[in-house]
Design a binder for this molecule. Structure first.
Ligand SMILES: C[S@@+](CC[C@H](N)C(=O)[O-])C[C@H]1O[C@@H](n2cnc3c(N)ncnc32)[C@H](O)[C@@H]1O
Length: 272
């Protein structure tokens, strides 16, 4: 069996289509996983994961990679707080915010801290979504170990977290700001002309090139004109104009024009 056969089987078994992910990344990750397990062929690995659902879940988690942290890239979040949030908050009605590959919740809770610090009306909430059910569960629990919190200053730690053994649990004031749901960026329906901010960091990098382009188009359609897209450090949009965006600073882009291609979203305006 080769990697393409494995992808086909996983698609049949789980509905997850790994063809959308960067093939080199998949190959590297699979190779290192086999080495760790002392296996030499994909057949051996398939024999394990087809019988053991937990192992299959671990494999999918490994290839979709849910590493994250509070204030991942602190200086970018500081710029975002000081320069972009005021623009977003200036708008009427109250802004709609979507953290769309939120992993175990560190990113949307970072946004919640920022909203609290800026004294933003409590009705402004963050929709936090991910494809990984374990990550969604962890985000709902909101309990984090110290490494996830290393960019959170002590004063903030005491203000927004309660110690729980060696970990810290987000206080209700943050939990109340975040709605956590499942959403597959590849196959689910995007809301149209709805969001003022979409934060989608450190996931696009794992997708194949043509998937990246169609996601940028989907984000354009899903944002209101003037809304912002916040990408991860290695996810620069090379030609923002092509997708109706203007570059601000770092990986922050503002939607300045509508993309008109009909093919962008197949099923519109339902979804979340
Ligand atoms: C590296 S984490 C990024 C977490 C956070 N955005 C950050 O930058 O710290 C990538 C997340 O993307 C999620 N993901 C992968 N494929 C996805 C898809 N098709 N739809 C939605 N989320 C996906 C993974 O489950 C994982 O939680």
């Amino acid at each position: 069996m080769d990697i393409n056969d494995l992808k086909k089987r996983i698609l049949i078994y789980t509905g997850m289509d790994l063809n959308y992910y960067n093939p080199n990344m998949l190959r590297r990750r699979l190779k290192s996983l086999l080495a760790k397990k002392g296996m030499t062929t994909i057949d051996e690995y398939w024999a394990v994961i087809r019988k053991d659902y937990n192992e299959l879940r671990r494999f999918l988690d490994y290839v979709t990679i849910n590493v994250t942290q509070f204030y991942r890239d602190p200086k970018k979040f500081m710029y975002f707080k000081d320069s972009i949030m005021p623009v977003i908050l200036h708008k009427e009605p109250l802004p709609q915010i979507w953290s769309c590959a939120c992993s175990s919740g560190e990113e949307p809770y970072t946004l919640a801290i920022i909203l609290e610090e800026l004294l933003v009306d409590k009705s402004v909430r963050i929709l936090a979504t991910d494809i990984d059910s374990d990550a969604i569960r962890a985000a709902s629990e909101g309990i984090y170990k110290p490494p996830a919190l290393e960019n959170v200053h002590d004063t903030m730690l005491h203000k927004y977290f309660t110690p729980k053994g060696e970990s810290y649990k987000v206080k209700q004031v943050l939990r109340d700001r975040v709605d956590i749901k499942f959403f597959n960026l590849i196959s689910d329906n995007y809301k149209v002309n709805f969001y003022d901010l979409i934060i989608c960091r450190n996931v696009i990098i794992h997708f194949a090139r043509e998937v990246k382009d169609s996601l940028f188009k989907n984000f354009n359609v899903s944002l209101k004109t003037g809304g912002f897209l916040f990408l991860g450090g290695s996810e620069k949009m090379l030609i923002p104009d092509k997708f109706g965006f203007k570059h601000w600073k770092y990986e922050l882009y503002q939607k300045v024009a509508n993309i008109t291609e009909k093919s962008v979203i197949k099923k519109v305006n339902v979804g979340l």
